[in-house]
Design a protein around this ligand. Structure first.
Ligand code: ZN
Length: 442
């Protein structure tokens, strides 16, 4: 297949009237249309306005999708312990599958083709299967919580680690290696030292398995960790082995100078979630400072209950504006920087090589965006438009590993309306779930 249009191959490379040749799961060639098309006369050609690398959601909770709108305007730990954890605890295996599918559906519809996905404690199999069926690329992990957790989520440490290992063996490298595993402790507040050290041991035991957790999102959280351990959160995570080039830490809003040095020295990846940080008033992550130190920063939507969408374009815009206002400097966080966070930096965090740009020999994860909306008129600078003006709704085409998942703005791989219908039906019972769940607060 050949996809033609204006190609934003990476943050520095725009090819007007370009073509990408896709063969199997790889990009065979990319360049000016006049030089490409004639070389591949038997390939079907499709035309789009803008073509860009599939975007990477560096921290997502697909299975929280059913909770969109149930917990707006709350403080983080209230939000988590009063609403989100009880909802997660109450979902049946079938409901968890629907929740995951709803999340993956929204992602592929709006331009995210790879996600680093923080699942829940229970029924993780269903999310792995859903991701495989829908065809998204992902690094998924069952959440581990072995203390300070509500009934229904609280686990025995050995069971949490054993279940994680079972899932690694079942799913790491599955679905043509589109699906990989990240050992996923929820956060230091809800995990014992043995659980956190066990996460490191598991990641070391299996090639390519990553570690994904939340860190230093909120001041109450870091105070709790400091009371528990006597250490700042990042120092604690470093102490138990949860820093390094295979570790993705979501948020990192509240870090001091010495913690930032640890992140930089260890090559730990950070995922910035600006909409979530704003909505939960968690604070402003020092993203520009991280990037200046050489820390790899990806971009993520976090979960639908704290965002409330999984639109990656909105996230790029928010990420840029938030740094500008934080530093009172309109030059901060320019569009190319945010585009890199949402593409190549995200790919690095996820651990997939040859991903995050449109280049010869790289993985064929490509998104097509329409510039028909008035919002896209006129179009002086395609990259500026993608970061500051585009919406997920503008996505008309989505491909992962050469497989078309969205065409003409419609999902081709599953019955999207049937999934939405199931989700609406389950949502009706969520309030009953919440009232029935025991509430536990740190
Ligand atoms: Zn999160």
């Amino acid at each position: 297949m050949i996809c033609s249009g204006t190609i934003i191959a990476d943050a520095d490379t725009v090819i007007d009237d370009g073509s990408v040749v896709v063969e199997g799961s790889r990009i065979e060639a990319v360049g000016p249309r006049s030089e490409i098309v004639d070389r591949y006369p038997s390939h079907e050609e499709r035309e789009y306005d803008l073509l860009l690398p599939g975007l990477v959601g560096g921290h997502i909770h697909s299975v929280q999708s059913l909770g969109r709108g149930i917990a707006d305007d709350h403080e983080l730990l209230d939000w988590l312990f009063e609403y989100i954890l009880p909802m997660e605890a109450s979902l049946s295996a079938e409901e968890m599958e629907t929740a995951a599918k709803l999340g993956y559906l929204e992602m592929i519809e709006s331009g995210t083709t790879t996600c680093i996905d923080h699942l829940s404690v229970n029924h993780a199999d269903r999310a792995f299967e859903a991701a495989g069926e829908i065809g998204i690329r992902g690094v998924l992990g069952k959440v581990m919580m072995d203390r300070r957790s509500p009934d229904g989520l609280l686990e025995d440490t050995d069971e949490a680690l054993a279940e994680s290992e079972r899932l690694i063996q079942a799913y790491h490298g599955s679905f043509d290696d589109r699906i990989r595993y990240a050992v996923t402790p929820r956060f230091a507040v809800s995990c014992s030292e043995r659980c956190l050290r066990g996460a490191r041991d598991l990641a070391d035991a299996y090639d390519g398995v990553r570690i994904h957790t939340h860190a230093s999102e909120n001041r109450s959280e870091i105070e709790t960790v400091e009371e528990d351990t006597g250490m700042r959160n990042i120092h604690w995570l470093d102490e138990v082995g949860l820093t390094g080039e295979d570790v993705v830490l979501a948020h990192c809003v509240w870090t001091d100078e010495s913690e930032r040095e640890v992140l930089a020295e260890t090559g730990t990846h950070v995922t910035h979630c600006p909409s979530s940080n704003m909505k939960l008033a968690s604070g402003i992550a020092p993203v520009t400072d991280y990037l200046e130190r050489g820390i790899n920063v990806a971009l993520g939507n976090d979960g639908p209950p704290c965002n409330n969408t999984l639109d990656p374009f909105t996230e790029m815009r928010q990420g840029s504006l938030l740094q500008k206002v934080d530093r009172l400097n309109p030059v901060s966080a320019p569009a190319p920087e945010l585009f890199e966070m949402a593409t190549i930096n995200g790919a690095r965090a996820a651990g997939f090589d040859r991903l995050g740009a449109i280049r010869e020999g790289w993985r064929a994860d490509i998104v097509g965006v329409s510039t028909e909306p008035t919002r896209a008129t006129p179009l002086h600078d395609p990259l500026s438009h993608l970061v500051y003006g585009a919406h997920g709704d503008d996505v008309v085409f989505s491909m992962v590993d050469g497989n078309v998942l969205v065409e003409d703005g419609e999902v081709t791989v599953v019955d999207a309306e049937a999934i939405r219908e199931e989700a609406r039906a389950i949502a009706l019972s969520l309030e009953d779930h919440r009232e029935a769940a025991e509430k536990v607060r740190p």
